[in-house]
Design a protein around this ligand. Structure first.
Ligand SMILES: [Zn+2]
Length: 498
């Protein structure tokens, strides 16, 4: 592929303040130079005219789920996390390898269309992850042209085994039904992911494997420890859903006699390889533990609001030195893959409950979390900035779009006003994936047809599972509501570290 000279655009530099017109030279997947217009000699480079465009680094999604896109619209309104989880078999069941690939493709296309160029994906298969399943997801991201970290999401306890007291709270006949639901023993999952890690055949600069022990309560201690050791052995990262709901936090104390974070620390699972999705129900000690361990936190504000999970203490996390990333979570719990919405919500939610404007997340901080912060969690090198020697992962925004008319402060107007509507083109690794609003790598008409056919078939095949889940729905909801209403005080005041 020949070099490209992008001419005439405004370029958001890594100080997130400079936004002057500049020429950008891209070659072999990297940004080679950014100079005032006319200063780079084009040589053999193909000229890309980009007047009236604002170039910004591709957004990096710190937490999503490939399987979520075929579940769009399947999650009822007013559903909290545990009720959602009780129906996950009905939402994700009966999927063929083609369905898994299709769902990942839908996720990736939506991510690109909304300005995201890399994602950390926790992808689920029942009962154990398979090499073919991971391949299906990797091939989907590869075909769309995105970077992705793909982690099989695993558990060795069902929801009814994970939450202490839940099974016993059910009527006898449902207790028996809950016992019929089986999670795979951790040895089976560990053996499966070991095979996946040992045989990974994709370029790790674009597609890399990771591990996803889904939720601490849903994984035995042996399983959590085995995942951490496997991550060390194969030099990969791992991600878990941590303290996402209040019921999790309360039941964590019930099971472990300490906080979820303290428990992970005691197991020696905390560390820089681990990232924690959500991290809402954390106290000051938990935050310091995460900071000391170098464990990043991925803030998923849209999903946290949709499921009523709560508001993550982002300022306290940042004060303690925790790397803050931003994610969308799955398309079934945040109803889309919009990183622009996620970063705007991150900025705004930080303003709820704290009257001091100096402690609100600024536009710069939110954008940095959604680019460099998330890139730190994904582990890709030189991603998240527009600077020479960085990867050419670039979003082209149309400054003629009403979002930017009139133009006064590009960064602020983008963070607080962009919703993806002004995205004109997206380049990943120096290659246009979306150009002039058209996906170049995927036939979206065919994709839609496949998705409609798959959903019609899957909804029929999963109808019994959905009816079975309905019987548990209210009971799980009441059990978790009782715990969510329990007195549980979070002390987030951090010791003065200065
Ligand atoms: Zn999630």
């Amino acid at each position: 592929m020949s070099a490209l000279l992008i001419h005439g655009a405004r370029v958001l530099r890594s100080d997130l303040k400079t936004c002057d017109p500049a020429d950008v030279l891209v070659d072999a997947g990297y940004i080679r130079a950014i100079e005032p217009p006319g200063r780079i000699t084009s040589g053999n480079a193909e000229i890309i005219e980009a007047a009236d465009r604002l170039l910004v680094p591709g957004l990096v999604n710190g937490h999503t789920h490939a399987h979520g896109s075929l579940g769009k619209g399947a999650v009822a309104d007013r559903v909290p996390l545990e009720v959602f989880l009780s129906a996950s078999g009905a939402i994700n069941g009966s999927r063929t390898l083609d369905d898994k690939k299709l769902s990942a493709t839908l996720t990736a296309v939506e991510l690109v269309r909304k300005g995201c160029t890399a994602a950390y994906d926790l992808f689920v298969e029942y009962p154990v992850p398979s090499r073919e399943g991971l391949d299906a997801v990797a091939e989907a991201y590869g075909a769309v042209g995105m970077r992705a970290v793909i982690a099989p999401m695993m558990a060795d306890r069902t929801l009814y085994e994970a939450l202490p007291g839940l099974a016993k709270s059910l009527p006898d006949r449902l207790q028996e039904q809950a016992r019929q639901i089986k999670a795979a023993p951790h040895e089976a999952s560990v053996a499966a992911v070991r095979e996946i890690l040992a045989n990974w055949r994709y370029d790790r600069d674009t597609l890399r494997p990771a591990l996803g022990p889904t939720i601490p309560l849903h994984c035995s201690d042996e399983f959590l420890v085995a995942c951490a050791r496997l991550a060390d052995e194969y030099d990969v990262s791992l991600q878990t859903h941590l303290a996402e709901s209040k019921a999790q936090a309360v039941l964590g104390y019930k099971r472990y006699g300490r906080s979820l974070v303290a428990h992970l620390q005691a197991l020696d699972v905390l560390g820089p390889r681990l990232s924690a999705a959500h991290g809402i129900w954390l106290d000051g000690d938990d935050i310091l533990r995460l900071a000391a361990a170098g464990t990043g936190v991925v803030h998923n504000p849209m999903s946290n609001l949709r499921l009523g999970s709560g508001i993550a203490p982002v300022r306290a996390l940042m004060d303690a030195g925790v790397n803050l990333a931003i994610g969308t979570d799955a398309s079934n719990t945040s109803d889309g893959q919009n990183m622009f919405e996620a970063l705007r919500l991150a900025a705004y939610l930080s303003r709820v409950g704290d009257a001091d404007p100096a402690r609100w997340l600024s536009a710069e901080e939110a954008f940095r979390a959604a680019t460099e912060g998330s890139a730190g969690v994904l582990g890709f090198d030189r991603v998240g900035r527009l600077e020479p020697a960085y990867r050419a992962d670039i979003v082209f925004l149309d400054l003629g779009h009403i979002n930017y008319v009139p133009l006064r402060n590009p960064l602020r107007q983008m963070v607080f006003g962009e919703n993806g509507a002004a995205i004109d083109s997206v380049m990943i690794d120096g290659r246009f994936v979306l150009r002039d609003r058209r996906m170049l790598t995927v036939d979206e008409v065919h994709l839609r047809q496949q998705a409609e056919e798959a959903v019609a078939r899957l909804d029929m095949e999963n109808a019994n599972a959905a009816r079975a889940a309905d019987k548990f729905r209210d009971l799980v909801g009441h059990f978790c509501l009782a715990h969510a209403r329990a007195p549980f005080h979070i002390h987030r005041r951090l010791p003065d570290v200065s």
